[in-house]
Design a protein around this ligand. Structure first.
Ligand SMILES: Nc1ncnc2c1ncn2[C@@H]1O[C@H](COP(=O)(O)OP(=O)(O)OP(=O)(O)O)[C@@H](O)[C@H]1O
Length: 359
């Protein structure tokens, strides 16, 4: 699959612009704030029907304008496909594939697979476990819709259980039978989700290790581990054990909603003990593993967006990464950089076609 053309109208700071892309590497170069990342975000939009950077859809409309429109023409399995996403202020977002509007945007996600690597990913290292769970869930659910349904059902029951715990506390009452109904459902969904996450990480972690090894030139020892209370106890046992605590705190303190990923360098948390370049390398390895996983599952080579990849990385690591993605296992790639010359020099070394767009 590859994106042949992109047209933007009133998307963020871009009034009106069109691009014809190369099948392999496309670079956007220019000074800070010219709109390089915005072009990548528009490409992201066509795959995920939303911005990677700004979740308030209306804020993606250019200031003082009333609508935006993004159009992409793809070649997918030898067929031309046109995706158009548009939003008018005060109206619902519209997504069309070959001029036919989607009823449910979720039907579109996964059809034009894409992976983005951006400085905003550092939140995965620095912020709470919620984002790391979203990362795992996002990768799994792109192709496993049963998992997504189980996850949504689990979260719904969890909200109901928490409301019941609050009700008990407010009314100084307790009803084990009532709570038990929720516990049974949480146990069923939770066990299934744990099973899928465990299997996924068993496959994913070795791919991640291999990518990190290549990027770092095998210089550092890093670990990615799956942390879950379910490693040691079943869901019913966890809920039973935590009941007194849950009653006092008025929410559910145990279950798969507490799962996390440990990111370590030399057995210490990378958040505290990794340099900025090491943290960035870790995140890039994570995203490249995601790329490989999605490619296997979807049977389509995803588009890869590399936003500001060169910042904070030494020349060796940059060269390793470009080397890694500049082969036939990867498909179309979009890169942003503030230094036109640096990008050109790196790409000249490879034998693949590339095009540089000066913004
Ligand atoms: N809705 C909007 N309307 C107009 N301008 C916007 C809108 N949203 C964002 N911008 C502008 O887009 C610009 C940022 O563009 P972008 O993030 O693409 O820059 P960049 O070229 O990637 O820069 P850098 O090299 O600093 O990463 C900023 O000037 C920002 O104010």
């Amino acid at each position: 699959m590859y994106l042949q053309q992109l047209s933007l109208v009133n998307f963020k700071n871009i009034a009106s612009q069109s691009f014809d892309f190369q099948e392999k590497i496309n670079c956007f170069v220019g000074n800070n704030g010219v709109g390089k990342t915005n072009v990548l975000d528009a490409i992201y939009y066509l795959s995920f029907t939303k911005s990677y950077f700004n979740s308030v859809a209306v804020q993606n409309i250019k200031h003082n304008e009333s609508f935006f429109m993004i159009e992409g023409n793809y070649l997918l399995n030898d067929r031309n496909e046109t995706i158009v996403c548009s939003l008018k202020k005060g109206q619902k977002k519209i997504l069309k594939r070959n001029a036919k509007a989607y009823d449910r945007f979720s039907d579109h996600i996964g059809q034009f697979p894409l992976v983005i690597i951006s400085p905003a990913d550092r939140d995965l290292v620095t912020e709470g476990s919620d984002l790391r769970r979203k990362f795992i869930d996002g990768v799994i659910s792109q192709q496993n819709k049963t998992y997504l349904k189980d996850l949504m059902a689990y979260n719904k029951v969890l909200t109901q259980r928490n409301a019941l715990l609050k009700y008990f506390a407010a009314n100084r009452t307790f009803d084990a039978l009532n709570l038990g109904v929720y516990d049974d459902q949480l146990s069923d969904y939770g066990a299934r989700i744990y099973e899928v996450r465990s299997q996924f990480l068993e496959e994913f972690i070795p791919i991640f290790n291999e990518k990190y090894k290549i990027i770092s030139g095998d210089k550092e020892n890093v670990n990615l581990n799956y942390k879950s209370q379910l490693h040691d106890f079943s869901m019913p046992d966890l809920l039973k054990k935590a009941l007194d605590k849950d009653k006092i705190l008025q929410y559910s303190t145990s279950g798969i909603h507490k799962d996390d990923l440990n990111f370590e360098i030399g057995d210490y948390p990378i958040k505290k003990f990794g340099s900025q370049g090491q943290q960035k390398s870790f995140l890039i390895a994570l995203k490249l593993a995601q790329f490989e996983f999605i490619k296997q599952q979807a049977n389509i080579t995803p588009i890869l967006l590399l936003d500001d990849i060169f910042d904070k990385l030494d020349e060796n690591r940059v060269a390793q990464i470009i080397d890694l993605v500049n082969n036939d296992e990867f498909g179309q790639i979009f890169i942003t950089d503030t230094h036109a010359e640096r990008t050109e020099n790196i790409l000249k070394e490879g034998d693949k076609q590339y095009q540089i767009f000066k913004l």
